[in-house]
Ligand binder design. Structure first.
Ligand code: SF4
Length: 180
């Protein structure tokens, strides 16, 4: 009910942009769905754009048209939602998608080894390099810039443009007790 009241307050002046920051955190999936349906109706009624911020890739996949994945304060990949889920190009996006439970194939869920870096003490080069199973020498000293990796899809990763798709996952690091 608090979420709904907050939505009513936030939309009372007919905004053109609605920023929904974790609008369903701590809700069960039934109420989560109701809240997202309410948000969807508001979006349609107002003709507003919604910027949905969250950690739940499953929820994002259902609601968003375009997804931007952030790591250490920067967008590392952005693109149409379907491509981002089915053909992610950035290793971090790949690992996020792999951490989702699937209903078609029964498999162990995997985490991402290590912890995100403190924003005031980022590692040199690519911020994801200490946790990235694809990291190579260049990643440790050169910050990757966003580049086009598909239709409407950009990724900041040194694997491109040499590769046209993300190569098969190298052998994972042994410690998988990480955080996203
Ligand atoms: S730039 Fe290197 S470390 Fe960063 S995500 Fe790409 S492969 Fe991994």
């Amino acid at each position: 009910m608090k979420q709904r009241a907050a939505m009513a307050i936030a939309t009372s002046l007919s905004p053109k942009v609605i920023i929904a920051d974790e609008p369903t955190s701590a809700l069960d999936v039934v109420v989560q769905r109701q809240v997202m349906q309410t948000l969807g109706r508001l979006q349609d009624g107002l003709g507003a754009a919604v910027v949905l911020i969250g950690h739940d890739m499953g929820l994002v996949a259902q609601f968003a048209d375009v997804v931007g994945v952030m790591y250490a304060g920067k967008i590392v990949e952005i693109g149409p939602v379907r491509r981002m889920i089915e053909a992610p190009k950035h290793p971090y996006t790949r690992l996020l998608v792999d951490s989702l439970p699937g209903i078609k194939v029964k498999q162990a869920l995997t985490g991402i080894p290590g912890l995100p870096p403190p924003l005031i003490d980022l590692p040199p080069g690519c911020s994801f390099s200490p946790r990235c199973p694809y990291a190579f020498e260049r990643c440790g000293h050169e910050v990757p810039q966003p580049q086009e990796v598909g239709p409407g899809q950009l990724a900041a990763c040194h694997l491109y443009p040499e590769h046209s798709a993300l190569p098969p996952m190298p052998e994972r690091m042994s410690d998988t007790e990480g955080q996203l």
